[in-house]
Design a protein around this ligand. Structure first.
Ligand code: BGC
Length: 948
């Protein structure tokens, strides 16, 4: 935040206190907090012309709701303090809407900061005090706002490579070219009042001003389909500038634009993914000074460039080589003599869209100290970070000039204690540091990333200490919204492993894995994990960006890709059932969880085109044509390699799987149409969804409820997608239970069906079986990998098996989140926090904890878009005791498990007489209540024997 803004906030707080003290008698006991614009607090540089506002309310009173709101938006805080808004005054608006309220004032302008505040009226029409002030700024809204030119400078002859120097590049890789550096010095007549940088690159950039790095973004501008669009980032640099000489400078890297990615990302493809080997940079710095002058600093021919700096090579998969002998002291500071540097090159405008980055950037999210060092061979040291992460190592060394230190990164150790790297395939993950001989030299890469828990270091002249390195974990960094804890420590570790796996696979896009030569935005994986991801973090901005990537990857005829971004390779991956469907499922999850209709609006035509394409090519409504690579229920039990596990019987036949998804997605499309008010489409696609369901029944379901393939997966998916007639559902359920017992109580489900089976077991009253699966240590299970030391979720249940060793090196990631989708079940069933589909965004929701297994207590939170939901229960002395918090302006239907539902109390009173509580129903095992906002404490007679 700028100094300027800080002063204003102080001033404003003073005003609020004044206001509070003079108006408390008329105020509602409500505190407004957490003001958000487009899901984020005080975002910079957004390009949404009608941003949406959300706020939450806190109150000590129960049963509080909002009956009206008033929003003021102004171009400066002084106007707001007079209770005026020169951009927008919504007036008192009768509405209980406190999320996704669309800005409806005057047209917003580029490169401008706006300030806003909100007050509400409670359910008794009592006004609240004004909220504290918040703000956001607009980015550059029109192409014409961009006056800067794309610049860069390449090694030697344009695009030529440095000589093949084995010292400088990872073993066996073709040499790259060093990272170019560009800089400019400019004068400022007086102090800056407001200074905003808008910057981007084709490649990567790290920006510095006056000797310091700007912002905390890493790997900016992150990955999009660069043939169509690139994101720019906005930084407030007011405090970094000073009167007199200033320097702005950037180092450029290869990133996804030039470097290797994907399983086909062999080294020879460097530079071919987006058709260029040239790193290009674009920057616009807009400065207003206190003397009223405006200055613009633009990337253009006035910049100087240098091509022989310390970053000799950097590739996302292969690693980074830094030669400290090439360091250039002062390169990013005023006073540096760049007269020997060259003029930069000017590149033609690539003609792609420049869009604002609206989601949280990739940042350092954790710094880990290693837990142990081993020395498997003399002079070769392996550091164990104790946690599988994505990122790199920071290292401080004292070695003579020219010492070459090699860092190799891997997820596991071999049985002999060496570094296991075979599963990395072509992603070498090797960093090389070459010392200049200075004391305490610090090395840290910035244009690569690795998936690893272990780092092997060689080339040191003496035995290192643990403190020599730190593991730097990096991730796209949405706020954490969920937490989970219970009496079984193993489940707590499992939940932590799932959260880490999410963090490790969020780098501008949701990836399948962070280590081997793949790391793609595989859509099937994201589809199954999205709900878990949303419980864990505020995912809306991140997924909204990725849904645009999905649209960019769609073919003209309507096929969705299997991963997004989907560069235009000779080997396209398109339209696989269960992968392509993420183009409907993920936007729909955003709608359900955040009441975000806009994401549906934006996606609607693409979704429709996809369903129409599948329909047109599968007239009998069994999806068998245009199924792409048809992965099916990926990594189901048939792929487990273990003597005491059935070799077949787990894989859902491909057509059954595909047709189930066709029906499911078509129903989502009908619902999208309905929500968007397109009634004729809603009717048309509802009829189509019903017909596909009928085709599913006719083709695959027999009169005894058996489904072709007779798999756990098939029954679970058919029940969950509502594909069966009511009379066959109990029969299908019995087949599901039979198939579980035929696997000796073990699961045989794959990526798609695992969490679905858990949910179906619970919804049909077999939560005990679900707990048995969750707490099992037998292969395949969640706890089996943990017994083998897993700190993240494995791609395969049997990634490593005692006595057998590692699975197929061709596909064996130890950091793949799909099976971690069970966290959704843990939130829903153990904590009991469930969406109500008829009331999106948790306006109303269900709390239905189901104790079971070994658990005697559980607690957790979910920070919904409407506010904090907290649930905590324990079983003690034959009582079930539950604490619960329901956000203001929402209500919940709460199920309290009980032996004698009539005896349930809340806060010591008979529950139905407690304030804010109304009876909603009762059966022999539970009392059901509708409760309004507030904090509650329920108690009921309940015995532990119910568990199991
Ligand atoms: C990825 C998966 C992905 C799959 C498609 C794999 O190589 O790692 O997670 O969904 O390909 O089957």
């Amino acid at each position: 935040m700028t100094r300027h803004k800080g002063i204003i906030l102080l001033y404003f707080n003073f005003l609020s206190i004044l206001f509070l003290t003079t108006n408390c008698e008329r105020s509602a006991e409500i505190h407004i907090a957490d003001l958000r614009c487009e899901y984020r607090k005080e975002p910079l540089g957004i390009d949404e012309r009608h941003p949406r506002f959300s706020w939450i309310m806190e109150s000590e009173e129960r049963d509080q709701t909002q009956s009206a709101y008033r929003i003021l938006v102004a171009t400066n805080p002084g106007i707001l303090s007079k209770e005026e808004g020169d951009m927008w005054d919504s007036g008192k608006t009768i509405s209980d809407r406190s999320i996704q309220v669309e800005y409806s004032g005057k047209e917003l302008e580029s490169n401008t900061t706006y300030y806003w505040k909100v007050m509400i009226w409670d359910k008794a029409d009592r006004p609240s005090p004004w909220s504290t002030l918040s703000s956001w700024s607009m980015g550059l809204l029109d192409k014409s706002n961009w006056q800067a030119k794309w610049i860069g400078i390449e090694y030697g002859e344009k695009g030529s490579r440095i000589p093949d120097d084995p010292l400088l590049t990872p073993r066996g890789t073709p040499p790259g070219t060093p990272s170019p550096i560009v800089r400019k010095t400019f004068q400022l007549g007086s102090e800056a009042k407001r200074a905003m940088v808008y910057a981007t690159a084709l490649g990567l950039y790290e920006l510095h001003i006056n000797g310091e790095k700007v912002g905390d973004h890493l790997l900016a501008p992150e990955w999009t389909d660069y043939s169509k669009r690139v994101q720019y980032q906005t930084y407030d640099v007011t405090d970094m500038l000073k009167p007199g000489e200033n320097t702005i400078a950037a180092v450029l890297g290869d990133g996804w634009y030039i470097g290797t990615f994907g399983q086909w990302g062999d080294d020879a493809r460097r530079g071919k993914n987006y058709g260029s080997l040239e790193r290009k940079f674009l920057l616009q710095l807009d400065i207003q000074t206190v003397d009223g002058a405006s200055t613009e600093v633009l990337s253009d021919e006035s910049w100087r460039g240098y091509y022989d700096g310390p970053v000799r090579f950097a590739d996302m998969f292969l690693g980074e080589t830094i030669d400290a002998r090439k360091n250039i002291p002062g390169w990013d500071s005023p006073g540096f003599d760049d007269s020997k540097w060259k003029e930069v090159e000017i590149f033609p405008d690539p003609g792609i869209e420049l869009v604002a980055q609206m989601h949280e950037p990739i940042r350092v999210i954790d710094t880990l100290t290693p837990v142990i060092i081993t020395e498997p061979e003399p002079g070769v040291y392996i550091f164990d970070l104790g946690q599988n992460i994505t990122g790199w190592c920071r290292m401080v060394v004292n070695e003579p000039e020219g010492t070459k230190i090699l860092l190799r990164h891997g997820e596991r150790l071999t049985e002999e204690g060496g570094l296991y790297t075979q599963n990395l395939r072509r992603a070498k993950q090797e960093d090389i540091f070459i010392t200049s001989g200075e004391r305490d030299e610090l090395f840290e890469p910035r244009f690569t990333n690795h998936g690893f828990q272990y780092v092997e270091i060689s080339g040191l002249s003496r035995k290192p200490e643990l403190s020599m390195i730190a593991g730097i974990a990096i991730s796209s960094d949405p706020e954490q919204t969920g937490s989970f804890e219970c009496s079984n420590k193993e489940l707590n570790q499992l939940w932590s492993n799932i959260l880490w796996t999410q963090k490790d696979n969020q780098h501008g896009i949701p990836t399948d894995c962070p280590q081997r030569d793949e790391r793609m935005g595989w859509m099937g994986d994201a589809l199954v994990f999205a709900q878990t991801a949303i419980y864990n973090m505020n995912m809306a901005p991140f997924y909204s960006k990725w849904i645009q990537d999905i649209r960019d990857a769609q073919t003209a005829e309507g096929k969705f890709a299997d991963f997004a971004p989907h560069p235009n390779w000779d080997k396209p991956h398109l339209n696989a059932p269960g992968w392509a469907d993420a183009g409907l499922v993920v936007p729909y999850r955003l709608y359900q969880n955040y009441d975000d209709l806009r994401v549906l609006e934006k996606q609607y035509q693409s979704a429709k085109k996809f369903i129409d394409f599948v329909h047109k090519n599968n007239a009998d409504l069994v999806w068998k044509n245009h199924v792409g690579n048809q992965y099916g229920d990926w990594l189901n039990g048939d792929l487990i390699d273990s003597d005491d596990y059935p070799e077949e019987g787990a894989a859902m036949p491909k057509e059954v799987f595909a047709t189930a998804y066709f029906a499911y997605s078509t129903r989502i499309l009908a619902e999208m149409a309905n929500l968007l008010g397109n009634n004729s489409d809603a009717e048309k696609y509802l009829m189509l969804a019903d017909s596909i369901r009928q085709a599913f029944i006719d083709s695959f379901v027999s009169g005894d409820g058996k489904i072709t393939g007779d798999t756990q997966a098939g029954y679970a998916i058919a029940l969950d997608f509502n594909l069966l007639p009511d009379n066959l559902k109990p029969l299908a359920l019995n087949h599901l239970l039979r198939r579980i017992s035929e696997y000796d109580g073990r699961l045989s489900t794959g990526f798609h069906s695992t969490v679905i089976m858990m949910k179906e077991l619970t919804s049909w009253g077999h939560t005990g079986i679900a707990y048995d699966l969750l707490e099992s240590h037998e292969l395949p299970s969640w706890l089996y990998p943990m017994d083998q030391g897993a700190t993240t979720i494995w791609e395969r249940w049997d990634g490593w098996v005692e006595g057998r060793g590692f699975q197929d090196i061709g596909m064996n990631s130890f950091n793949h989140y799909s099976f971690g989708s069970v966290a959704e079940w843990m939130y829903r069933t153990i904590l009991g926090i469930n969406l109500d589909e008829d009331h999106p965004g948790y306006k109303q929701f269900t709390v239905k904890p189901e104790p079971g297994g070994s658990l005697t207590w559980a607690k957790g939170e979910y920070h919904s878009i409407h506010g904090l939901i907290r649930c905590e229960w324990r079983i003690e002395d034959d009582h079930f005791i539950m604490g619960l918090t329901i956000p203001v302006n929402t209500r919940a239907i709460v199920h309290i498990p009980s032996d004698f539902p009539e005896s349930i109390t809340e806060g010591g009173l008979e529950a139905i007489h407690a304030p804010g509580v109304q009876s909603f129903g009762i059966d022999e095992n539970q009392g059901i209540f509708e409760i309004q906002s507030g904090t509650y404490q329920f108690e009921s007679k309940y015995s532990l024997r119910h568990n199991k």
